[in-house]
Design a protein around this ligand. Structure first.
Ligand SMILES: Cc1ncc(C[n+]2csc(CCOP(=O)(O)OP(=O)(O)O)c2C)c(N)n1
Ligand code: SF4
Ligand SMILES: [Mg+2]
Length: 306
């Protein structure tokens, strides 16, 4: 077993399960949610799919000034529909003013967003639901010990993929799945690039309809690194081109940061315990080159589109 998962095994279960009543130090998901909330403000109701962030609202305690509804993993967009409809009824009956209205925000992990909750999300986009959908993507089922999800990257070790090769498949392109559904807006963000994130959330706030946001969420506990490296890893995700920052509006995708020159992907990979087997006991040149090739191929398509 990878040394990183050996260490996880010995952690108290409260820490393994997203730190019980608090989140882990250096949590990139929490950083992104805080930055998003700074822009959205108190007139927000979160509809939360079970995951690490659920621990931010353990009744009667919450750091939020607005409201919170907890749902099963697959159902957050359906819950958001109910909340949106109830708010609209209150407004129609004159029991709530426009100023008192709430922004309905699904807050979900990648386990739901890339898998279990995908059909409910697709349905909500089809119905033109007026909501923001925020996925903090820590690339695994973090709350239950970092099992593989549809967001887990190629070659990573997870609690359910401990072979020398790691995960054989490739991270699903959720942004492409969403934009194929033609939402009003979609964007990728990361807490380590707060200005880019704030501009996109501000824009999402000004638009009506389904607005989809994915935040890559560096996760010290699940990815196997010390909490103080979260911002460095976030910045490397962008500089290496592994996490393209982009947005979709009116049928067009625009990249909001184009790293040039791109830092080699191994600078990002080698900081994380989940990729340690690519470097020790000996470098797996073929696997590192394959991941680099994948990233290069993506950016070649971007360059070709100009
Ligand atoms: C249908 C269902 N299966 C399993 C669980 C147990 N469970 C709670 S949180 C969680 C992990 C969710 O992963 P993700 O959506 O990526 O969020 P994260 O934990 O990484 O924040 C699981 C499997 C559940 N709540 N519902
Ligand atoms: S996303 Fe990772 S760092 Fe954040 S609370 Fe969950 S396990 Fe901890
Ligand atoms: Mg997750």
């Amino acid at each position: 077993m990878n040394e990183h998962f050996e260490r996880m095994k010995d952690l108290p279960s409260t820490h393994l399960l997203g730190a019980g009543t608090a989140l882990c130090a250096g949590c990139g998901g929490l950083e992104a949610v805080k930055e998003v909330y700074d822009v959205l403000g108190a007139n927000t109701v979160f509809v939360n799919a079970a995951g690490c962030m659920t621990l931010m609202s353990v009744y009667p305690f919450t750091p939020f000034r607005g409201s919170w509804l907890y749902t099963a993993m697959a159902s957050a967009p359906a819950g958001a529909q109910g909340v949106r409809d109830a708010l609209d009824v209150l407004k129609a009956k004159g029991r709530m003013t426009e100023e008192e209205d709430l922004e309905v925000v699904v807050l979900t992990g990648d386990g739901s967003a890339y898998g279990m909750g995908l059909s409910a999300t697709s349905g909500a986009i089809d119905r033109g639901l007026d909501f923001i959908y925020l996925c903090y993507d820590n690339e695994g089922y973090g709350n239950t010990g970092q099992q593989t999800s549809g967001g887990t990257p190629h070659a990573a070790h997870t609690a359910t993929n401990q072979t020398q090769a790691g995960v054989l498949g490739w991270k699903k392109d959720l942004f492409a799945i969403w934009t194929a559904n033609k939402p009003a807006y979609a964007a990728t963000v990361i807490g380590g690039e707060p200005l880019d994130l704030a501009r996109k959330i501000d824009k999402a706030k000004s638009i009506e309809g389904p607005r989809m946001i994915i935040a890559l969420a560096p996760c010290p506990t699940g990815w196997g690194y010390e909490p103080q490296h979260s911002v460095e890893i976030a910045k490397l995700a962008v500089k290496t081109g592994i996490w393209p920052l982009k947005e979709y509006e009116n049928g067009k995708v625009t990249h909001t940061r184009v790293p040039h020159p791109r830092t080699p992907v191994e600078e990002y990979l080698k900081l994380q315990g989940r990729f340690a087997h690519l470097f020790e006991p000996e470098r797996n040149e073929a696997a590192i080159a394959e991941i680099q090739g994948h990233v290069d191929a993506y950016w070649e398509t971007v360059d070709a589109e100009g």
